[in-house]
Ligand binder design. Structure first.
Ligand SMILES: CC(C)(COP(=O)(O)OP(=O)(O)OC[C@H]1O[C@@H](n2cnc3c(N)ncnc32)[C@H](O)[C@@H]1OP(=O)(O)O)[C@@H](O)C(=O)NCCC(=O)NCCS
Length: 146
């Protein structure tokens, strides 16, 4: 499996995958990516035997104010999307995509990674980010329809 930058020709495929992601029902509040979202970011894909198994992207921003332990003037990398097709999950594709983003964040001079995790399978998600990838638990945003 190869983790690499997505080509411009592959962007329509990523848009389709993003639409499937939004309708899969695995996460709350997912809105499909637009072509502008994709063009504005470096999109990484996991590819195997000519098939794109998943994609990920995020962006580096310099903080303008203190937020938790992110200090003004320091760079933070915000993970926007990590998505792996259901039939390829639990094969470390997501882990490799995340690691590529983290390495890119380091190259860009970021001192922190930030993920707002939205999967309904939150126990699995916490296992993925905390146990497998070494992020720290920071906050929980809970809601209930009444
Ligand atoms: C979360 C996700 C990117 C992980 O990708 P992956 O290739 O399965 O990741 P890995 O193989 O490296 O790690 C597997 C771990 O991911 C977690 N995971 C699996 N399915 C998941 C799901 N539907 N939602 C959240 N986490 C999941 C589990 O902790 C799993 O551990 P296990 O194999 O011991 O059960 C992938 O499950 C996915 O695309 N989920 C739907 C979209 C999503 O939740 N994206 C993250 C939003 S913040």
């Amino acid at each position: 499996m190869n983790i690499r930058l997505c080509t411009k020709e592959e962007l329509p495929l990523i848009l389709k995958m993003s639409e499937v992601f939004a309708t899969e029902g695995c996460c709350n509040g997912i809105v499909p990516d637009t072509m502008d979202d994709l063009l504005e970011n470096e999109i990484y894909v996991a590819e195997e035997a000519g098939e794109i198994l998943g994609y990920a992207y995020g962006s580096a921003e310099t903080a303008s104010r203190k937020r938790w332990f992110i200090l003004p003037g320091t760079k933070n990398f915000y993970v926007e999307v990590i998505y792996v097709k259901p039939e390829h999950r639990s094969r470390e594709v997501g882990r490799k995509l995340y690691k590529r983003l983290e390495n890119r964040a380091k190259e860009l001079g970021c001192g922190t990674m930030e993920v707002i995790a939205v999967s309904k399978s939150y126990q699995k998600l916490l296992h993925f980010y905390i146990d497998e990838l070494g992020l720290e638990f920071f906050t929980a945003h809970l809601m209930k329809k009444i």
